[in-house]
Design a protein around this ligand. Structure first.
Ligand code: SAM
Length: 304
């Protein structure tokens, strides 16, 4: 983009550099018809990403001039956003708890509900030592990284059916300096677990949508996030059923099973666990919106 075009964009005959504040204004105007009230915040986020600044720093440096390559990059990112791509994929990063994780189309964007799941696992783990966890369906590695970085987890085995997702998660673990404590294994659910292996905690945010729910999803989710991260099968409960039926075999006595579920599934999953004599202390916990979202259970004292 030449400086002359810049002048046209900002409605002035003078050739002048694009500043951070002007760039935000321009991007917000482009986004507003599609993004409404969110346009200005999204514009600030995109400008911050192009300039390598934090969100709040953009406002503190309104006169920061964009270099040509930054301006070109901003225009590309605005076009991607207008095409519906999630902001986190455009940025290549997603915030999760206190971390910034690598994300792209190979993985689901981690959600605040999963931060709540992690919070419950960390609360259970407090006061214990040298724990080993299994994260089933690790995706971008949000759960696995949080457990080794925030809790008394010495090691996490992180499983995913998507090799591409494992590569993304491994990159984040390497960047966070914890790659030696997370073992990435490719395969379906418990298949990659080795004979005789036992875990103090099995944690999973599995796919839990039913196929027919696809039409109701926001286009941003439906068109961009990986289908294998979202859909479990005809009812949505298919993966949760395998996890609840199988986890006991891989838990240590008094080990924790912690599952993220859709709100309408919590009671079904909890009842299933409560009927199974191998599990005790079955609980349902709510997310930040007050919806049933997490199901917790402990293996009994004996184990499977
Ligand atoms: C809802 S995403 C969760 C990702 C990440 N744990 C998070 O919370 O953001 C579900 C993940 O499970 C993986 N997955 C789906 N089916 C699987 C299976 N049968 N075995 C292992 N992983 C599976 C998907 O590839 C995806 O990465």
């Amino acid at each position: 983009m030449s400086t002359g075009v810049r002048a046209t964009l900002f409605g002035t005959s003078r050739v002048e550099p694009v500043t951070a504040v002007n760039a935000v204004r321009w991007a917000a105007e482009r986004l507003r018809p599609h993004r409404g009230d969110a346009a200005r915040l999204e514009a600030t986020y995109l400008v911050a990403g192009c300039l390598g600044l934090g969100l709040s720093e953009v406002g503190l440096r309104p006169d920061r001039a964009l270099e040509d390559r930054e301006w070109e990059e901003l225009q590309r990112r605005v076009e991607r956003r207008l095409a519906g791509e999630p902001l986190q994929y455009i940025e290549g990063r997603a915030a999760f708890r206190e971390f910034s994780l690598k994300v792209d189309r190979r993985v689901l964007v981690p959600r605040p509900e999963t931060e709540v799941l992690v919070e419950h696992v960390l609360a259970w783990a407090a006061g214990r030592h040298d724990l080993v966890a299994l994260d089933v369906g690790t995706g971008c590695g949000a759960i696995a990284l949080s457990l080794v970085l925030e809790g008394p987890f010495e090691r996490v085995v992180a499983v995913d059916i998507s090799r591409a997702a494992l590569n993304v998660a491994e990159e984040s673990a390497r960047a966070a300096g914890c790659v030696s404590r997370i073992e990435f294994r490719h395969g379906s659910l418990f298949d990659p677990v080795r004979p005789g292996e036992r875990f103090d905690a099995i944690v999973s945010n599995p796919p839990y949508l039913a196929w027919h729910e696809r039409a109701n999803l926001a286009p941003e989710v439906r068109e961009w996030e990986p289908a294998e991260a979202l859909f479990a099968g005809p009812t949505g409960l298919e993966v949760l059923e395998v996890l609840t039926a199988g986890a006991s075999r891989y838990l240590t006595p008094r080990g924790l099973l912690a599952l993220e579920v859709a709100p309408g599934q919590a009671r079904i999953v909890a009842e299933r666990l409560a009927r199974d004599a191998r599990y005790v202390r079955v609980q349902i916990r709510q997310d930040l919106a007050g919806l049933d979202r997490v199901v917790l259970a402990e293996q009994d004292d004996v184990g499977d």
